[in-house]
Design a protein around this ligand. Structure first.
Ligand SMILES: [Zn+2]
Length: 447
């Protein structure tokens, strides 16, 4: 009887393992994502003149490709690199076409499937039992991240609060951690969101790293102690929860949300084109199948709407808005939607300069910085423009490592250095909020 029960128990444990393995994609005895990226390649193409730009747009327009950089074919520019993920059965055709056109290109990743497997390694070996054992140097599933949020909230209840600001399209809670010493006075606050674009996995890894560093170094790091005593940090580790989950389980290169568009068969909206500032103009697409689709209307995505609502409510004390993206190694500030100088340019510019200098001091990694429109490209409906227009004087978007060698497949071995250096940059921005910067207050926030 006992042994019967035992074997029944063993069988059910085995079954549970099989179910867990198939849902979190353990690579044991099977390929990740059912081997769907085998033979796919990533090309880097640099059009050298206006004619080549047009040719490349035409070639890529006729193929079903996944653009990594820039995010849309309309944003292809002269002398700017284009990174494009091409399905296995289209690679030969593209090689031939580019050779025919005498275009400068190389294959960055010759077999995408093996790069994906190198990035994550064996997921089953992770430590994830409790907060003190949590492994910050691996990528985590959404479930693991949410469980970790509860753990860190429980373990560091003196410094951490946790709340939900709403629900995603698919009904997942949108959790935020508030970090800082509690105070009777309303403290200035910093908002940091990660995981706006699903495939940029280093983002959520950074948000988790930030929380870990904040709570662990409070005792011995006087800079961090001062920051946590005087400021509140709102950390949203994964903004686009549905998309992140989908990129984890099904399509590694998914970027958008998972909302439905009933008129079209394509799903999802770009959560960084859905904000109500010059919505769906330059640099955004009104076609639901595009990666930069702006959505059916501003704040159509429940995730964007929830953050916008929270920031509107707290805009009096939120002094900095930081959104973490990848990849390009850049620190961007407004405007994104137009070529113009922001009213408090000198303050924002020097904050950005301090941040990239601090980042460089860790490992000598260089970041470009400047207005998003001139440094990256013009895009409307972005969160930094929206937050700035709503009165938050310091708004930044980070594009973390690297510059395309691994692209969205930044290996887990680079989580530590990437987060360590980014931490210095974010601390520099936050420290700047504690000092006064003389800016033209009469003109701000009339922008
Ligand atoms: Zn992004």
């Amino acid at each position: 009887m006992v042994s019967d029960l035992r074997s029944a128990f063993r069988a059910s444990v085995l079954l549970a393992c099989v179910i867990i393995c198939s849902s979190v994609l353990c690579p044991v005895g099977a390929y990740l994502y059912n081997n769907r990226y085998a033979g796919d390649q990533v090309f880097r193409i640099t059009p050298s003149d206006a004619e080549e730009v047009q040719t490349l747009k035409r070639i890529l327009g006729h193929m079903k490709v996944d653009l990594w950089q820039p995010n849309s074919a309309t944003l292809i520019k002269q002398n700017a690199t284009v990174d494009v993920h091409v399905k296995r059965n289209s690679t030969r055709g593209l090689h031939a076409r580019l050779k025919l056109e005498h275009m400068d290109y190389r294959v960055f990743i010759s077999n995408l499937q093996s790069e994906i497997e190198k990035q994550t390694g064996y997921r089953s070996s992770r430590r994830r039992r409790s907060e003190s054992q949590y492994d910050y140097e691996v990528y985590h599933s959404l479930e693991e991240i949410q469980r970790w949020m509860f753990d860190v909230n429980r373990t560091h209840s003196d410094l951490v609060d946790m709340f939900s600001i709403g629900k995603s399209y698919e009904g997942r809670p949108l959790y935020v951690l508030q970090i800082g010493k509690r105070s009777r006075h309303q403290k200035k606050a910093v908002w940091i969101d990660c995981g706006v674009h699903a495939r940029e996995w280093i983002g959520p890894a950074f948000c988790q790293w930030f929380v870990k560093e904040a709570v662990n170094s409070y005792q011995y790091d006087s800079v961090m102690r001062r920051l946590l005593n005087q400021l509140s940090f709102y950390i949203m580790p994964v903004l686009n929860v549905d998309g992140y989950h989908f990129s984890w389980t099904t399509d590694r290169f998914w970027r958008k949300t998972r909302s439905r568009n009933h008129k079209f068969h394509c799903r999802g909206t770009d959560a960084n084109r859905n904000w109500k500032v010059k919505w769906c103009e330059e640099g955004a697409s009104s076609h639901p199948c595009d990666d930069t689709y702006c959505g059916p209307f501003p704040e159509s995505e429940p995730e964007v709407k929830a953050v916008a609502k929270f920031l509107r409510k707290h805009k009096k004390h939120v002094k900095a808005y930081i959104s973490i993206h990848a990849y390009a190694q850049m620190l961007l500030y407004p405007y994104s939607y137009k070529y113009a100088t922001i009213p408090n340019f000198s303050c924002v510019e020097s904050a950005a300069q301090n941040a990239v200098t601090a980042l460089y001091s860790a490992y000598g990694v260089r970041y470009r910085y400047g207005p998003a429109s001139t440094t990256l490209y013009v895009s409307s409906g972005s969160s930094i423009d929206w937050a700035y227009r709503n009165g938050i004087p310091y708004t930044f978007a980070f594009e973390l490592r690297d510059t395309g060698y691994f692209g969205f497949l930044l290996p887990e071995s680079l989580i530590n250095p990437t987060c360590t250096e980014t931490m210095r940059a974010v601390k520099a921005i936050a420290s700047g909020l504690l000092k006064k910067c003389e800016t033209d207050k009469d003109r701000f926030p009339y922008i």
